[in-house]
Design a protein around this ligand. Structure first.
Ligand SMILES: Nc1ncnc2c1ncn2[C@@H]1O[C@H](COP(=O)(O)OP(=O)(O)OP(=O)(O)O)[C@@H](O)[C@H]1O
Ligand SMILES: [Mg+2]
Length: 321
C-alpha cells in the first residue's frame, strides 16, 4: 500500500551570517506499510520519527527518494489528502480552540466538498467513545479533558475513512489514566476499518499488542525491522537491546526505580559519527570496524533485517537501489 524507498530528508539550518548546516534527519529509509497493518516506528528523541511521518503526510519534502501510495508518488496521487490522515501528539495544539466539536470533526469533510456530514460526524464520535449528542457537538475544546480532545482529533482523522493514519505519539501527552482508553479506541479502528497505521513512539514496550511490525530508528536510519515478536522477543541490534532495557517503569510510585537509560547522547544529523552511527554508545562496538564501516540492513539466515556488523546476512530484499 505505502512504499517508502531510499528516503532522505535534510533540514537546512541557519547558523548565523552566511553559515548553514545541513541536518540529515532521515537517511536512506526503506519501509513498507501494508494494507491493514500497523508498523511502529520507535527510537529516541531526535531520531527522525516525526520527520518521516511528516514526509508521508507530504508536510516536508524529501531531499532524495520517494513515497508511493498504491504505486503512485504521494504528491501526485489522486485524493492523497483524503487517503492519508494524521493524529498528532498534542491534542491542545492540533485542534482549533475556536471551533466546536461538530465543526472540528466535520472540517475534513467540508474541505473535500462532502455535504450532509452530520451523520458521519456522529458516527465518528461514537467510534472514539464520545457521546454523539448535541451537548458534545456544541462543545469547544476548552470544555474537554486532554483525553477527550485527543479522541476528537482521532474522530477527525477517521471521518474520511482514510487508508493510512500516521499517529505520532498519540498518547504521550494524555494523562496516564486515559492512555488505555485511547489505545483501545485505536485498536477498534484497526480491527473494524482495516486502516493501516504508522504508530510513532519512543516507548518500544507500548508496541506490544498494538503493532504488527516494528522499525527501530537511530539517527535517521532504520537499524532493525521485524515483527513485534521478532524484535521484542529476539532483538538483534545493540541499540534495540538498549532501548528495551531502558523502558521506563510506568508506575509513578516506582519512579526511583526507573531502569537504566542508554548512556551517552544520540548524535545530531549535522555531523554523524563515522561508521555505524551508534558505535560511540555501543557496548559491543568493534574498534577498527564499527567506527569505519556503515552497516546496511541485512537479513541474517536465522533472523530479521538488522544493520549491524555482528549480524551478517543477505541484503534486504526489495531495497536495492
Ligand atoms: N522543522 C525543523 N527544522 C530544522 N530541524 C528540524 C526540524 N524538525 C526536526 N528537526 C531536526 O531533525 C531531527 C529529527 O527530528 P524529529 O522531530 O523528526 O525527531 P523525533 O524522532 O520525532 O523526536 P521526538 O521523539 O523528540 O519527537 C532532529 O535533529 C531535529 O532537531
Ligand atoms: Mg517526534
Amino acid at each position: 500500500m505505502l512504499r517508502i524507498r531510499n528516503l532522505s530528508v535534510v533540514y537546512e539550518q541557519n547558523q548565523g551570517l552566511f553559515r548553514r548546516a545541513y541536518n540529515t534527519a532521515v537517511s536512506e529509509v526503506d519501509l513498507d506499510l501494508n494494507a491493514g497493518e500497523t508498523v511502529a516506528l520507535v527510537g529516541e528523541s531526535g531520531s527522525g520519527k516525526t520527520t518521516l511521518g511528516k514526509a508521508i503526510l507530504h508536510l516536508v519534502s524529501p531531499a532524495r527518494g520517494e513515497i508511493l501510495l498504491e504505486g503512485e508518488p504521494i504528491a501526485e496521487s489522486l485524493g492523497f489528502r483524503k487517503r492519508v490522515q494524521a493524529v498528532f501528539q498534542d491534542p491542545y495544539s492540533s485542534i482549533s480552540p475556536y471551533m466546536q466539536v461538530r465543526d472540528i470533526v466535520a472540517e475534513p469533510l467540508v474541505i473535500h466538498g462532502i455535504s450532509d456530514h452530520e451523520q458521519r460526524v456522529r458516527e465518528a464520535l461514537e467510534r472514539v467513545h464520545l457521546e454523539n449528542d448535541d451537548a458534545m457537538l456544541d462543545k469547544y475544546p476548552h470544555a474537554l479533558s486532554g483525553g477527550q480532545r485527543q479522541r476528537v482529533s482521532i474522530a477527525r482523522s477517521i471521518v474520511l475513512e482514510p487508508e493510512v493514519i500516521v499517529a505520532d505519539e498519540p498518547v504521550s501527552m494524555v494523562d496516564a489514566a486515559h492512555r488505555a482508553d485511547i489505545i483501545a479506541v485505536l485498536r477498534e479502528i484497526q480491527v473494524s476499518s482495516g486502516t493501516s497505521f504508522l504508530y510513532i513512539t519512543h516507548d518500544i514496550a507500548s508496541t506490544r499488542g498494538f503493532a504488527d511490525r516494528i522499525a527501530v530508528m537511530y539517527a535517521g536510519s532504520i537499524v532493525e525491522e521485524g515483527s513485534v515478536d521478532e524484535v521484542l522477543g529476539k532483538p538483534l541490534h545493540p541499540y534495540t537491546k538498549a532501548l528495551l532495557e531502558s523502558v521506563p517503569d510506568v508506575d509513578p510510585a516506582n519512579a526511583t526505580r526507573l531502569r537504566r537509560a542508554i548512556s551517552g547522547e544520540p548524535p545530531s544529523g549535522i555531523s554523524l559519527p563515522t561508521g555505524c552511527a551508534f558505535h560511540p554508545r555501543c557496548p559491543v562496538a568493534i574498534k577498527g570496524t564499527c567506527d569505519v564501516e556503515r552497516p546496511q540492513l541485512r537479513v541474517p539466515s536465522d533472523g530479521h533485517p538488522v544493520a549491524c556488523v555482528l549480524h551478517v546476512g543477505q541484503k534486504k530484499g526489495g531495497s536495492e537501489h
